[in-house]
Ligand binder design. Sequence first.
Ligand code: PMP
Length: 457
Amino acid sequence: MPGIDTTTLQRLDAAHHLHPFNDNAALAKRGTRILTRGEGCYVWDAEGNQLLDAFAGLWCVNVGYGRKELGRVAAHQMDELAYYNSFFQCTTEPTVRLSAKLAELTPHDLNHAFFTNSGSEANDTILRMVRHFWAVQGKPEKFNFISRHDGYHGSTVAGASLGGMKGMHKQGGLPIPGIHHIDPPYWFGDGGEMDEEEYGRVAAKRLEDKILELGPENVAAFIGEPVMGAIGVYIPPRNYWKEIERICRQYDVLLVADEVICGFGRTGNWFAAETFDFRPDVMTLAKGITSGYIPLGAVMFNDRVAEVLATKGGELAHGYTYSGHPVCAAVALENIRILQDEKIIETCRNDTGPYLAEKWKALGEHPLVGEARILGMVGALELVPRKPAREYFPDRGRVGQMCRDFALRSGLILRATNDAMLLSPPLVITKAQVDELAEKTWRALDLTARELGMPTA
Ligand code: PMP
């Protein structure tokens, strides 16, 4: 529809488009923002507003917007061979090359890739494949998954069941059977009295307690996000994942790291399993794998799991039309090339990441901020009514939303979950853009505090 005006688009949107994770009636009244263009860390809307995207779309645009190489590679692959499947003893070159590349990049012996279209589908795949892995070894009762309350693992039936979002469980009869949740490591919410080491052990022991309650012979796997993103960027104590790994090994429970947000550089290394120094048996990938330019997810299995599936599993009764789509694979390879050749992750780890951390921590001085937490290029500000008390505003979510809207009006995209402001910029953010981000965030905090009648800084 060339030349269609914004008001008409908004009207058509309200009439015909159901938005994910939205109250669509309320949204129709407010009107949607229509994004038209992106370049580096900025996007522009149909009204011509320039916005600094401190959320990288939805935690995914790691190499930034407007990288023409990705479009060129996609167009080239479409010209050559737009589609072929990996069923019927077939595959395509980009798909094979991407499998090998992921085997090289992911840590330890995660050497085997299964492709999906999204993170949710990847976690559905894991639920089925891991149960199958145990069943074909004569242990069908090793069926139960353990995950965390408030975790996010996607929006499909298995993904939302593995996740621990109560609002999602309320819709559609979830969780499905065989999924059990434990409390997450949430330092701010748990009072913060223990030292980090002790809290890490206490939080990890929740897994051991649950395994013992269910009986280790009945537990297939534990799944978790290394840093819990959607709920509010909960960064676990340094020793948490090592402890989780020790417990999983002790009871022969598979360890699944959902790296949909953390993978491809978000925590300052290629994968958070490196940042926290643990060895997952299975890893979920999506988002940063293509920097969001095209949909793609993947599951990485280690040698042990892949070998059992290959030698005892029989035919894998699972797959998607677009598993290993050649265009998506070609884009992923080019995205990885950019990340590698331009040393984007090294720059985050050694230069822009520490700079961002310093500026983000300084926002913790604001009277409205109870905690400023950050790891690599992912962080949160926990907004509180009274410092230093660790308490929440009544009517959780209202203040976060207010702050988000003030930020947006000054040209900055931040996400709010409850009353935490979430940060996840493109990994290519420059120091000058970090300054802009910090300054605009501070201003949004000030405007929020003023609106609430609280002291401003
Ligand atoms: N796992 C995690 C940790 C996620 O953050 C997400 C998406 N935000 C998913 C899985 C689901 O991915 P998708 O939206 O691509 O299905």
